[in-house]
Ligand binder design. Sequence first.
Ligand SMILES: NC(=O)c1ccc[n+]([C@@H]2O[C@H](COP(=O)([O-])OP(=O)(O)OC[C@H]3O[C@@H](n4cnc5c(N)ncnc54)[C@H](OP(=O)(O)O)[C@@H]3O)[C@@H](O)[C@H]2O)c1
Length: 307
Amino acid sequence: MYSRRRFLHAAMATTAGLALVSRAGFALAGESAQALRQRAIPATGETLPVIGAGTSGSFEATPGSDKFNGLKDVLKVFFEGGATLIDTSPNYSGADAVLGQLLEEGGWREQCFLATKIAADTREAAEAQWAASQRRLRTDHVELLQVHNLRQWKIQLPYARELKEQGKTKYVGVTHYLDSGLDELEQILRTEKLDFIQIHYSVNSPNAARTVLPLAQEKGVAVLINRAFDDGRLFASVRNTPLPDWAEEAGVSSWAQMFLKFAISHPAVTTVIPATSRADRQADNLQGGIGPLLTDAQQRSLIGMFA
Ligand SMILES: NC(=O)c1ccc[n+]([C@@H]2O[C@H](COP(=O)([O-])OP(=O)(O)OC[C@H]3O[C@@H](n4cnc5c(N)ncnc54)[C@H](OP(=O)(O)O)[C@@H]3O)[C@@H](O)[C@H]2O)c1
């Protein structure tokens, strides 16, 4: 249950975050102090804000560089805006170490719902990788441990469950990011007990809604959505395209908000995890989690536009 105290905290945090962004000179017209929408994790009832963040590409930075320093502002906007969930992986060219350093230096580890992955072929390799992940993330536990791209999941899912029993992770799950992974993911959802899945779902790649998303909902599995912007490619395709006439009534003022609202408008979706290295874009992305969801007709119209 989302308590009144937590709601007020989130609302105040949102106001502060947007004020910070406005002070920084980023145009954010007409925001109110509305809080980010929340969804419950079916396994426990714990709530998560519907907008989270990814780190692939966007958090690959050299400590001390301009990009690294800019990521501090990204996280400041993110946490002050009331968001909590950040997804990373030992496979993201050092992004997990950058995230670990920024969380420690910013004092944000406690409020972060930290998700990382196991991406290894053997049990031994997974053990070594998990030990390294704890050093790189500067923490001895995570909130979510996922088997990356279903890689050797028959070996790694039991290992993740062992780590859950040891209190090293609160939840376990599996991920994929391509339509070619949907059938296997469906089979795993039918046969294994999972807390989370992570999958792609976007206006130009909506096939997860055919089976995987309804099945996750039926089985009581939380869902993270990656690639809601098709790894940024969707922005190129709308460069000269105005938002639909109905955008304002949907509370949407940018294409980023539209793509994120599309993802969270599916009732199975818990949190969408867009990645950005820019604080102004982080503020824009958070706005996608505020206000009304898209109607079925609006969602269908977007899929038609990008088919
Ligand atoms: N198999 C897996 O487990 C798997 C696979 C894929 C992704 N993921 C996870 O999901 C996350 C998201 O996926 P993704 O990073 O592939 O792609 P994405 O979130 O669809 O797109 C990221 C791209 O969008 C740009 N962007 C972000 N916000 C924007 C905004 N408001 N306006 C304009 N451009 C914006 C970013 O550029 P800037 O940085 O320049 O803003 C970046 O190039 C990943 O970071 C990762 O954590 C997991």
